[in-house]
Design a binder for this molecule. Structure first.
Ligand code: PMP
Length: 354
């Protein structure tokens, strides 16, 4: 820390992204990216747009907003695009949290929530997950704070049914409920349609997972127009050109190519179920993941050892040191070939036959 660093950030512990190693080619199953390339349409649109990079991007993202509003069945002033969904989440902390509106989220969830809270000097509470790693819905009802819930949750992959989500929204009418749907496309019902029923709901999604565009950085929030206006006030006070031209064009292409999107989601779900079955047969314990990753542990090998041994074999998975998670690994769903390599490697490591 330099002597110039502002005192207000002295105790800030930054978010630690998953490893992005350069030293060798790993099978990367550690950051929940898609194993498939972006839609050819997304690539074509981005390439064409590259010719105009001398000009600023459209701060209103009009083409993208138009395409997305048709896609999601919402009006154009009910959506805001951002630089990844991390940015809309940060905007939500900035816009809807303060001393009078502290944040609340599960104790095991997306690791960026407490960082955004600290960054924005927002007090926060963490509500423990239940013993089965499920979210304690009743504890969030009437909690009277700004609620952040990832649905499905990470790194557990467990999804809440929509009626449970609705119960939380309904019971906190004077607080914003943020439903982070980064992984919703792999088998969870979205809360997007509820924005017309509840004025306190913000749903966030991303193009990073199901639309294979993690490197493009494109996310968005959907909410009633008053909330979107508040979020725009924050956006225009930080970075009006937050989505670059190529990403915006790629986003339009990706949304227009529903067939490619649906095919890839279906494939990820199929490979997830296949991999889960294999791991179960090998004695692994798994949560019921509805995301593009599995959350798994084995009584035969501790989480860290498995992570390190897989790394030696050129396979990266995500291990967390947190006490309740340390026996587990989060494994991103890759191609079926990659998952077969993973299963053979785990087999060799644990010496348990299939
Ligand atoms: N929410 C959750 C639950 C996530 O796991 C992630 C990905 N790390 C994000 C949001 C942010 O993703 P992105 O900024 O790439 O849209």
């Amino acid at each position: 820390m330099s002597r110039f660093f502002s005192g207000k950030y002295k105790s800030l512990v930054p978010y630690v992204p998953g490893e992005q190693p350069k030293e060798m080619k790993y099978i990367k199953l550690n950051t929940n990216e898609s194993p498939f390339p972006p839609s050819p349409k997304a690539l074509e649109f981005a390439q064409r747009e590259a010719e105009h990079l001398e000009l600023y991007s459209d701060p209103e993202c009009r083409d993208l907003v138009k395409t997305a509003s048709k896609h999601f069945g919402i009006s154009e002033n009910e959506i805001l695009f951002t630089n990844g969904s991390d940015e809309i989440l940060n905007f939500a902390f900035m816009a809807f949290c303060d001393d009078e509106h502290p944040a609340v989220f599960p104790d095991i969830t997306y690791g960026f929530y407490p960082v955004f809270a600290e960054l924005n000097n927002v007090p926060y509470e963490e509500i423990p997950l239940k013993d089965d790693f499920g979210i304690d819905v009743d504890a969030f009802c009437g909690v009277n704070k700004t609620v952040f819930i990832a649905n499905p949750n990470a790194p557990t992959g467990i999804a809440l049914p929509l009626d449970r989500i609705e119960k939380i929204i309904k019971s906190n009418p004077d607080n914003i409920i943020v439903i982070d749907e980064a992984y919703v496309d792999f088998g969870t019902e979205s809360a997007v349609n509820l924005i017309h029923k509840y004025d306190n709901l913000l749903v966030t999604q991303t193009f990073s997972k199901s639309r294979s565009m993690a490197g493009a950085r494109l996310g968005f929030g959907i909410a009633n127009e008053n909330l979107i206006r508040d979020l725009n006030t924050v956006k225009y006070s930080t970075n009006p050109y937050n989505v670059n031209r190529m990403t915006m064009a790629a986003g339009v292409g990706a949304l227009l190519d529903s067939e490619y999107f649906e095919k890839n989601c279906k494939e990820i779900i199929k490979v997830r179920e296949y991999t889960a079955e294999k791991l179960k047969k090998m004695g692994f314990t798994l949560t019921d993941s509805k995301a593009n990753f599995l959350f798994t542990s084995s009584k035969d090998i501790d989480g860290k050892t498995l992570y390190l041994k897989l790394k030696e074999k050129g396979i990266l998975v995500r291990h967390f040191d947190k006490e309740r998670l340390k026996e587990y690994n989060r494994i991103t769903i890759g191609t079926s070939e990659q998952m077969d390599i993973l299963i053979s490697a785990i087999n060799e490591i644990t010496e348990v036959s299939l």
